[in-house]
Write a protein that binds this ligand. Structure first.
Ligand code: SF4
Length: 486
C-alpha cells in the first residue's frame, strides 16, 4: 500500500517534470524568435499557507522559463491565489479580476488563472464562470502540484479549464519552490485542519490534517541552511497537531528539537498554534531549544465561555488563562500575540467585556483583531447577532485602543536596550532606514550604513510605538554582553 502511494507520487512528479521541459523548450524557442521572455505575475491573498503555495507556483513557472514581473500589464500570465477566510479578500478578488477585462480584450493571448481556497467553494467557481468569462483557468488548493499540466492544457486548448479536486490525502514532495527572501523561509509542515471552529471555512477548503514526514521537512531545512537561510517559520493551520496522523509517536515538539539541531539555522518560528493543543512538552521544548524564538502566537478569539462554545474552540477562558500562566512562568521573556474576533453571533456587551478581561490580564504584545465575517458553508453562517453593526464597531475600536496602549507599554520596556535584529531590507516608510525583527517578533526600524539585509545585527532601541521600535545600529557585530538582548 505504502509503495503504491510512493509510486503514484513519483509518477505525478515525473509527468509534471516532462511537461515542464516541454514548456521550457517552447519558451526558449519563442525567446530566440522574439528576444522576449514570457512574464508572469502572482497576486496572493490571505495567510502564509497561501504564500507558500504561491512560492511553489513561482518555482514551477521559473523552471518552465517564465520570468517574474511586478507589472501586471506586461504579464503573459497572471495568477490570483485567493483566500476565503474573510469577505473582504473575496470582494477584492472580484474587483481585481473585473479590472483585467479590458486588458484581456487588448491582449487576448494573456492567460488569467484563479486558484486557492476560494476555488474550493462551488459558489465562488460558479460566480467566476458566469460573471468573469475572461478567466482562462480555475484550480483549487489540491491541484497546485499539477499546475504545469493545467498550464499546458490551457496553452494548447485555449478554452476555459476548471479543475478542482475536492480532497487529497497525499502530499507530493519535491515540488520546486521559489523564495523571494534569501534569509528567511516558510516551511509548510502540515496541511488542513480537523478543528472545525464554527466560523472557519479552512477545514472545508483545505481538508483534514496531513503531516509531512519529518525526514522531508528536516531535509528541506538542511538545504535551506546550506543556502544560508537564517530563519525558518514552520507553517500549518494548527502546528500543535503535527504528527497526530503518524503511526509512530513523533510530535511537533520532537520536530522542533530535530530542527534545532540543524547547523546554520539561527532562528525557528512557527504558526499557528491552537490553545487546546499546547502541551507541557512543547513549552519545555521552547525553553530548552536555543534557536526557537521567544514568541508565541496563540489565538484566543473570544473571552466568554458561551461564545467559545458557539465557536467550537474546545477550551474555556479559564483553561486559556491557565495555559498562559504556565507559559509565562516557564518562559518569562516570551512575547505573546493573539487573534480576536469581535461581534461573533450571540456576543453581548457582557461577553465582549470577557474578551477585554483576557486582553487586560494577559497583556499581549500584539493582537490581530477582526470583526466577525460570515462565511457561507460554515455552521456560524445562520447564527443570529445579538448586537448591531454599530455596536460591534464601537467594541472593535475600544479593543484596539486598549490593546494599542498595552503594546506601547510593553514596547516602552525595550527603550535603551539592545536587541538582536534579523534585517529584512529597507523600510517601506523611510527609505533611509532598514527594517527587521527581533527574536520576539517586534519590527525594528533603524539607521545603518552597510549592506545589511539578511544579516543579524544589534540595534539600540531609542523609540517605542505600539506597532514598532526605532533605533540605531550598535557599533559591534558581536554580542554586546553589557546590555539586555531579547
Ligand atoms: S483551528 Fe479553527 S480557526 Fe484555525 S484553521 Fe482550524 S478550523 Fe480554522
Amino acid at each position: 500500500m505504502i509503495n503504491n502511494k510512493i509510486n503514484i507520487e513519483q509518477n505525478i512528479l515525473e509527468s509534471q517534470n516532462r511537461i515542464i521541459s516541454r514548456i521550457r523548450n517552447n519558451n526558449a524557442v519563442e525567446f530566440n524568435n522574439t528576444g522576449k521572455n514570457k512574464l508572469y505575475h502572482i497576486v496572493t491573498y490571505g495567510c502564509q499557507l497561501n504564500n507558500a503555495d504561491s512560492e511553489i507556483l513561482s518555482g514551477f513557472l521559473n523552471e518552465m522559463g517564465f520570468m517574474n514581473t511586478n507589472n501586471i500589464n506586461e504579464s503573459d500570465l497572471v495568477v490570483f491565489n485567493t483566500c476565503c477566510v474573510r469577505e473582504n479578500a473575496e470582494l477584492k478578488l472580484y474587483g481585481n479580476i473585473g479590472a483585467l477585462k479590458n486588458l484581456k480584450k487588448s491582449k487576448p493571448e494573456m492567460i488569467i488563472a484563479v486558484c486557492g481556497c476560494m476555488m474550493q467553494q462551488k459558489h465562488s467557481v460558479d460566480t467566476i464562470k458566469n460573471k468573469y468569462k475572461h478567466i482562462d483557468l480555475i484550480f483549487g488548493t489540491n491541484n497546485v502540484h499539477v499546475f504545469p499540466e493545467l498550464l499546458e492544457k490551457i496553452l494548447n486548448e485555449k478554452n476555459t479549464i476548471i479543475e478542482v479536486i475536492e480532497s487529497k490525502s497525499t502530499i507530493i514532495e519535491g515540488l520546486p519552490v521559489f523564495r523571494k527572501d534569501k534569509h528567511k523561509a516558510w516551511v509548510t509542515i502540515m496541511y488542513g485542519c480537523n478543528n472545525f471552529c464554527s466560523y472557519c471555512i479552512v477545514p472545508y477548503v483545505r481538508g483534514r490534517e496531513r503531516s509531512r514526514k519529518p525526514q522531508s521537512i528536516i531535509e528541506e531545512v538542511k538545504n535551506l541552511a546550506l543556502d544560508s537561510y537564517k530563519e525558518i517559520t514552520l507553517l500549518g493551520q494548527n502546528v500543535n497537531s503535527y504528527g497526530k496522523d503518524f503511526s509512530e509517536p513523533y510530535d511537533f515538539a520532537d520536530l522542533l528539537q530535530d530542527i534545532n539541531n540543524i547547523d546554520g539555522i539561527e532562528r525557528i518560528r512557527f504558526m499557528t498554534s491552537h490553545p487546546k493543543d499546547i502541551t507541557d512538552k512543547l513549552i519545555n521544548t521552547i525553553k530548552d531549544c536555543g534557536k526557537i524564538c521567544e514568541h508565541l502566537h496563540l489565538p484566543f478569539q473570544a473571552g466568554s465561555n458561551k461564545i467559545l462554545k458557539l465557536m467550537n474552540r474546545k477550551y474555556t477562558k479559564e483553561e486559556y488563562l491557565y495555559k498562559i500562566e504556565k507559559i509565562k512562568k516557564a518562559l518569562p521573556d516570551i512575547a505573546l500575540t493573539t487573534d480576536i474576533i469581535v461581534g461573533f453571533p450571540g456576543e453581548t456587551e457582557e461577553d465582549f467585556e470577557e474578551t477585554l478581561d483576557i486582553v487586560k490580564k494577559v497583556q499581549f504584545d500584539q493582537a490581530f483583531t477582526f470583526i466577525y465575517s460570515k462565511r457561507k458553508g460554515t455552521p456560524a453562517f445562520d447564527m443570529k447577532d445579538s448586537i448591531t453593526k454599530k455596536e460591534k464597531h464601537k467594541n472593535f475600536d475600544k479593543l484596539i485602543e486598549i490593546q494599542n496602549e498595552i503594546s506601547k507599554k510593553i514596547n516602552d520596556t525595550y527603550l535603551g536596550k539592545t536587541v538582536e535584529v534579523l534585517v529584512d531590507g529597507i523600510s517601506k516608510n523611510n527609505l533611509n532606514r532598514y527594517t527587521g525583527r527581533t527574536r520576539t517578533g517586534k519590527i525594528v526600524n533603524f539607521s545603518g550604513e552597510n549592506n545589511l539585509p539578511g544579516e543579524l545585527v544589534y540595534v539600540k532601541v531609542k523609540e517605542a510605538y505600539s506597532w514598532y521600535l526605532g533605533g540605531e545600529l550598535h557599533d559591534t557585530k558581536s554580542y554586546p554582553d553589557d546590555e539586555t538582548v531579547f
